[in-house]
Write a protein of this length. Structure first.
Lengths: 159, 102
């Protein structure tokens, strides 16, 4: 019962903070709302029985990343134009949410098959693709290092 | 323990909200924040599937570390872009930023 109450509280905090990111005029408050969203995600991990992952989520995303974002946009003034189209946000959310909920609940993964077997199959499939993913990550890293070197070289040529 | 569907559903809600925000917003930084929300939703769904699985696969940790790394790299990129462009553009309206190439 306590878990259900905590889950409902986390859902309310997470969803409202997500909405606040898009309707808030001040970027500072939007960044704080993002930190609250990450906090609720850490709470969900704690509810799932993964306290170590929740702790890392708090350290990396809430403590590190959100702090950087908040400090960066702290000096920004209010956004003067209407940056988010609220009716479009609602419409796209409803369409995408319906499609994804249908895919999760009524498609290949129905409520009866949301079991350990499905999760095990997903874990195995991730394992097969991991080599390709690792190669892509390595290539992106190499491209990043190469682009930094190219930029430094071009700066030297200009100077 | 709560049913797995609860966690998958909230992950879906987060991802759908993030995608909708990325589509409906015109501000550059808000779009990036929306992508961070998508990452948060995907992490919730992934953690749910892992918590309900029976295997002890290390792929979960590798995948979640990758997601965190990409999210952090994206935040660093947005901070660098913000510091670089602050003062050069009046606001971060995507419609105006597309004219920078001219």
């Amino acid at each position: 019962m306590l878990n259900l109450i905590l889950f409902i509280v986390l859902v309310i905090v997470g969803v409202f903070s997500d909405i606040a990111i898009f309707i808030e005029k001040e970027l500072f408050k939007a960044a704080i709302a993002l930190a609250l969203s990450f906090l609720s995600a850490a709470g969900f991990m704690f509810l799932l029985g993964l306290p170590l992952i929740a702790l890392f989520q708090l350290l990396i995303l809430v403590g590190g990343l959100s702090t950087y974002l908040i400090v960066t946009v702290a000096s920004e003034r209010k956004v003067l134009f209407r940056h988010t189209n609220a009716p479009m946000l609602l419409a796209v959310f409803l369409i995408l949410g319906t499609i994804m909920v249908y895919a999760v609940s009524l498609g290949t993964i129905n409520s009866a098959s949301l079991s350990a077997n499905v999760a095990q199959e997903i874990a195995v499939s991730i394992s097969k693709e991991w080599a390709i993913m690792g190669a892509i990550v390595f290539m992106m890293f190499a491209v990043g290092i190469g682009s930094i070197l190219l930029v430094k070289r071009s700066i030297k040529l200009v100077v | 323990m709560l049913p797995l569907f609860f966690f998958v559903a909230i992950g879906v809600v987060f991802v759908a909200l993030g995608l909708a925000g990325a589509v409906a917003s015109r501000h550059f930084i808000v779009v990036i924040l929306a992508v961070e929300v998508i990452f948060a939703g995907s992490i919730i769904a992934l953690s749910g599937y892992y918590a309900y699985s029976t295997g002890n696969s290390g792929d979960f940790f590798v995948t979640i570390l990758s997601i965190w790394a990409v999210a952090s790299a994206e935040a660093i990129a947005i901070i660098a872009f913000y510091i670089c462009m602050k003062g050069r553009v009046p606001d971060f309206d995507l419609k105006k930023l597309t004219r920078l190439r001219d």
